[in-house]
Design a protein around this ligand. Sequence first.
Ligand code: NAD
Ligand code: DAU
Length: 360
Amino acid sequence: MSEYVEENYELSEMNKAEEPAKSKIVLVTGGAGFIGSNFVRYILDTYTEYKVINFDKLTYAGNLNNLTSVEDNANYVFMKGDIANKKDVKNVFEEFNPDFVVHFAAESHVDRSIINPDIFLQTNIIGTQNLLNFAREHKIEKFVLVSTDEVYGSVENGRSSVEEDRMDPNNPYAASKAAAEFLIRVAHQTYGQRVNVVRSCNNYGKYQFPEKLIPIIINNAIKGNKIPIYGDGKNTRSWINVFDHCTAIDKVLHLGRAGEIYNVAADDECCNIDLAEKILKMMNKPLDLIEYVFDRPGHDFRYSVEASKLRNEFGWKPSVSFEDGLSETIEWYENHQDWIESILSGDYVNYYLENYENGK
Ligand code: NAD
Ligand code: DAU
């Protein structure tokens, strides 16, 4: 931590994940999305003295049905707003004066960023700067940007990215996240703000929007529809259960040294075709549902991050095995077809047609 930060904020050892300070107010942006909604539930369950403000624009990916189990919780508040709109951001900071910001809100899907990059720049870059400006004005204790392993770009086999590696993004989504990371760095270096970045690998679990690979495989298999696999299916991703990502963010929020970046991964690496076959076998569905389709332009071949910094500094480790996590996720989608049906209409159908049937 820089001396500047210490002097300006005079914060000490008060924020420990093991001994949470009482009555913190946590502003969660994008709390109605996949990871954000899992995180909101996790924080309310884990820190019963904390108040959570969920600030979300409710784009196609934001869904308040993801949060029905907490909507009556006295420590939970939802406020609709756009992080790219200064007035909305000012209002939420003035009304709630948060102690912490955990920033998930983003346009998150690579294929959509290839079709229309502009909104990714607005939300992921401008939105992040707006939040940082008001976080500085309100002298908040900690700001965590939820970033991604995509900022490293593709990594050759046998190697994993470490936090010191250069950012080398290859698609509009990844570039917008890298830009947001630079703004976080500036907030620390220039203004002494207490910030952290977490760079996670691919998440999976309940409430994931069905444009992403694992829910596409599961839901298309349930319906007996073809499962689109890009290119030759050999592209590789590293997977983590969303619950384990939440515990990692918790550690970084409370214990992360200001200005530091932490990789997050569970070491469950798999190429896309193997993953699709694995899930189909678990579901007792035929492998010929798999259909090779036109490749994603600029498709990064492999992501892999080394998470030993997080493990060594905080004793963090993932708790959900890939087998158990996948089987729970399959069961969740099988039992929540009403949730899926409420999404698979309108905008989603148009996007699916544009992405898969019109070619790229
Ligand atoms: P998601 O698309 O499911 O949810 C995004 C949420 O942000 C939605 O609720 C949406 O309504 C909200 N949002 C979008 N634009 C907004 C705006 N302008 N103002 C306020 N709210 C807005 O995304 P996710 O998969 O849950 O990802 C959450 C974060 O984690 C993102 O920042 C993403 O870059 C990062 N991340 C995701 C993964 C993954 O595998 N899904 C992995 C690493 C990092
Ligand atoms: O690595 C972290 C990133 O993981 C996050 O930052 C992003 O927000 C998140 O969307 C995810 O990005 P990916 O592009 O890796 O995830 P997606 O589920 O879209 O694709 C996973 C892999 O599967 C990738 O190699 C592309 C491939 N794929 C994807 C889709 C949607 C297919 O083969 N067919 C598909 O239909």
